[in-house]
Design a protein around this ligand. Structure first.
Ligand code: PEP
Ligand code: MG
Length: 766
């Protein structure tokens, strides 16, 4: 093997990334990848095979230098030949004379006699095999170590590209003239987000002005699409001119020069010509804009010049501005059918709020998992949702009839009549079950051996008071006040807050209400107060933000206490507390506000202040926290995330996120013991309370109250009334002796089946 590579792995990677970024489509990106691979790694040919699970074959999708002697598509059966060996072993295979390898199968379609050595690497993403990369070389030598490791580096990066392209439905190995034929009654798998069945129409929405989230979409009428783009471009230019004029007054000539540069790009013919060309090739304006901006940004970024790298950021900004105007128009014309299933790369609470409440029946998100806030909101609204959908572009679900199965996390596109009928009957059974459960409304949440627990609701998005009284809830265990802050494009005033809090308190007369102070950060952001961090879940969240902004905290606390006038003491709860100091400081501020109100002649009671237990530090200090405060409430969503070190929002690690992990159960046990030792009540308000399996253990752990979404409450009450505390305690003991959350799940599933409640964890009731 000859030729010494003088480039570093990093330089090679940069070069390859640049070529890939500049490619107009994933297929050309893969072709560019393979051709560069052959150019940069001394070898005679390079080939890329991708797995096609439908046919059970590896399909050759790109090659360089391979002497192909056949017209037909090159496909290799799963498991066959050296490619099959690489795939099966999921390991790098490096052989000096492949023709004499026992697994080698000669292929008449390719003249491999020209080569001797073979290097094969699996393409793996998220533990799933996506394909195989192969390099061939002349001469009976194995590929040197350094080249192997460069190839490995490139392949690991390629895996991300392939996975993304597949996720966006941009790589189709099967001839699929239309989506219907391909997906007919074939479930697209995702993660369950909120239980239930929905049959309706997919409506695609995008996060605003996010170029990365723009999917590809084919169009027929290029002329009107070009017009649409030109119009948005003109609006962006006008906006820029206005900004430029303002900048001239405020900034120096050098500082305002950037606006000149922006305007020059917007005015340049090459920019709009490039976009027009892509539109003429059948891409919609948003997609064409994304391609052009991304390609130029990649070119700038590759230049290793700090000044030009910054220009790359400017270009992205410019792209977002034009996209904003394209989307504004789209938003104006968007209509929501009667049975809307919202489909998006990444949904926000404000996108949910835009759909008239009675029309929204389902949610599909390509990102996020069951523990993301959007999924929690969906459950609270009783809307089935699936999250982290991959393997299909969201665009393929747009304007199609969809059947959504929120129990199994699946969606069917353009379903057959038979499938629709089947799901309609599941759905009917569910409604019947819910109607029967209403009969439990006035019965206590009490075990067969008379152990009582208080069932409360989580609320914040809508007025749930009617629903709460229909299901027999005993009060509010968690009011997520941040949802009020998400409704507007500015912080709500003290009075606006007062009105909202008073409405909530008036809606639950004589019932306890626990209001949580503002909990933003992590995946909950306010559009007008963005928090940009590399690691938001370990960043500026919850009480950290409000203690740093006492003006926001004091105003909110004032509005809450004022709203409780005449209604007995309010319960106020602090989010994301990680130290006694934070709890004490927040308590001091609350006492201060209460004192000021008394001095102003407003006769209100001091709220009872408690804290959420959401991080391991608070678990370990739960006794000290309980001694200082009035109550504890476990936020099991975050607690699970922090005990298990699993981002609750990341679908890639969703399988690791399990609140039934014995370590999480041990943490819960410690919190309950600490609170009771300090003589204080302890509740739990995370999604564990809505999980039919977990609830058995929460009973046994001794929580005084469980707070959940109102819709699930009758089912949870039914479970509580079907067990004895003694049985629950035996199950807890067994669960705590286990090591694997899957074993715990199985144990509890069996327990539910044994009392005839297996239907609560599946669609329908059988
Ligand atoms: C929790 O973390 O369990 C919780 C209830 O808070 P949120 O889901 O709003 O973060
Ligand atoms: Mg939380």
């Amino acid at each position: 093997m000859s030729g010494v590579n003088h480039l570093t792995a990093q330089a090679i990677l940069r070069k390859v990334n640049q070529a890939v970024e500049a490619a107009p489509s994933p297929s050309t990106a893969l072709a560019a990848y393979v051709s560069l691979l052959k150019e940069l790694i001394p070898c005679s040919a390079a080939a890329l095979f991708l797995c096609d699970d439908d046919s059970g074959e590896y399909v050759l999708v790109a090659e360089e230098g391979l002497p192909i002697e056949s017209e037909e598509f090159i496909r290799i059966k799963y498991g066959d030949g050296l490619v099959g060996l690489v795939a099966e072993k999921e390991a790098l295979i490096n052989v000096s004379c492949f023709a004499s390898h026992e697994q080698y199968i000669a292929d008449a379609r390719v003249d491999e006699s020209l080569f001797d050595s073979f290097l094969g690497l699996p393409i793996i993403d998220g533990a799933a095999l996506l394909g195989v990369v192969v390099l061939y070389a002349e001469g009976k030598h194995i590929f040197p170590d350094e080249w192997c490791s460069i190839c490995l580096t490139l392949t690991v990066n390629l895996a991300v590209l392939v996975a993304q392209a597949k996720a966006k439905g941009k790589l189709t190995m099967t001839a699929s003239p239309n989506c219907r034929a391909r997906y007919k009654d074939q479930a697209i798998s995702a993660l369950p987000g909120a239980p239930g069945i929905a049959i309706g129409k997919g409506v695609l929405v995008f996060p605003e002005a996010d170029l990365d989230a723009v999917p590809d979409k084919e169009i027929k009428d290029a002329t009107s699409e070009i017009k649409r783009f030109d119009h948005a471009l003109t609006q962006a230019k006008e906006g820029m001119i206005a900004l430029h004029n303002r900048a001239k007054e405020t900034f120096s000539a050098a500082e305002s020069a950037i606006f000149d540069a922006y305007l020059r790009i917007l005015d340049s013919r090459t920019f709009s010509d490039k976009v027009h060309d892509i539109i003429r090739n059948g891409q919609w304006a948003e997609g064409a804009l994304r391609c052009v901006i991304k390609a130029q940004v990649a070119q700038f970024e590759a230049l290793d010049d700090p000044y030009l790298s910054e220009r790359a950021d400017d270009l992205s900004d410019l792209g977002r501005r034009v996209l904003f105007f394209l989307q504004e128009k789209e938003k104006e014309t968007r209509t929501y059918p009667e049975k809307t299933i919202l489909v998006s790369e990444s949904l926000t609470a404000s996108a949910l709020l835009e759909v008239p409440h009675e029309r929204l029946i389902g949610i599909v998100s390509a990102t996020g998992s069951a523990n993301a806030h959007i999924a929690i909101l969906a459950r609270a609204m009783g809307i089935p949702a699936i999250m982290g959908m991959h393997g299909v572009s969201v665009i393929d679900l747009s304007d199609k009839t969809l059947v959504l199965d929120g129990y199994y996390g699946q969606v069917y596109v353009s379903p057959s009549r038979a499938l629709k009928r089947e799901f309609q009957s599941f759905s009917k059974e569910e409604s019947e079950l819910d109607a029967e459960l209403v009969a439990l409304k006035d019965l206590p949440a009490e075990t067969l051996d008379n152990h009582k627990v208080s069932l409360l609701i989580n609320t914040g998005l809508h007025d749930d008071s009617r629903l709460a009284s229909c299901v027999g809830a005993e009060g509010v265990g968690l009011y997520r006040s941040e949802l009020l802050f998400m409704r507007e494009n500015r912080f709500p005033s003290e009075n606006e807050q007062y009105v909202a809090y008073k409405h909530l308190i008036d809606s639950f007369p004589n019932q306890p209400i626990t209001m949580r102070t503002l909990d933003i950060g992590g995946d909950k952001s306010l559009p007008y107060f963005p928090i940009q961090e590399d690691n938001p879940f370990l960043g500026w969240r919850g009480i950290r933000v409000t203690l740093d902004h006492p003006e926001i905290f004091l105003q909110q606390v004032r509005a809450m206490i004022r709203a409780s006038e005449g209604h007995g003491p309010l319960k106020m709860m602090l989010p994301m507390v990680t130290s006694l100091f934070e709890a004490e400081e927040a308590l001091r501020l609350i006492i201060q506000v209460h004192q000021e109100l008394l001095e102003a002649g407003i006769a209100v009671e001091m709220p009872s202040v408690g804290t959420m237990i959401e991080v391991p530090a608070a678990v370990y200090q739960s006794y000290e926290l309980a001694k200082r405060l009035s109550f504890l409430s476990v936020g099991s969503n975050d607690l699970t995330q922090y005990v298990l070190a699993v981002d609750r929002n990341n679908p890639r690690v969703a399988d690791y996120y399990d609140s039934l992990h014995p370590a999480v159960l041990m943490a819960l046990q410690q919190v309950v013991k600490s609170a009771h030792k300090a003589g204080k009540p302890v509740g739990i308000c995370g999604e564990m309370c809505s999980d039919p399996l977990s609830v058995i253990l929460l009973l046994a752990l001794g929580f005084d109250s469980l707070s959940m979404n109102a819709r699930i409450l009758p089912r949870i009450k039914w479970i509580i009334r079907s067990f004895t505390l003694e049985t629950a305690q035996e199950l807890l003991k067994e669960a705590l002796s286990m090591h694997d959350p899957r074993e715990v799940r199985q144990l509890l599933e069996d327990a539910l089946e044994a009392v005839g409640l297996g239907g609560l964890i599946r669609a329908g009731r059988q």
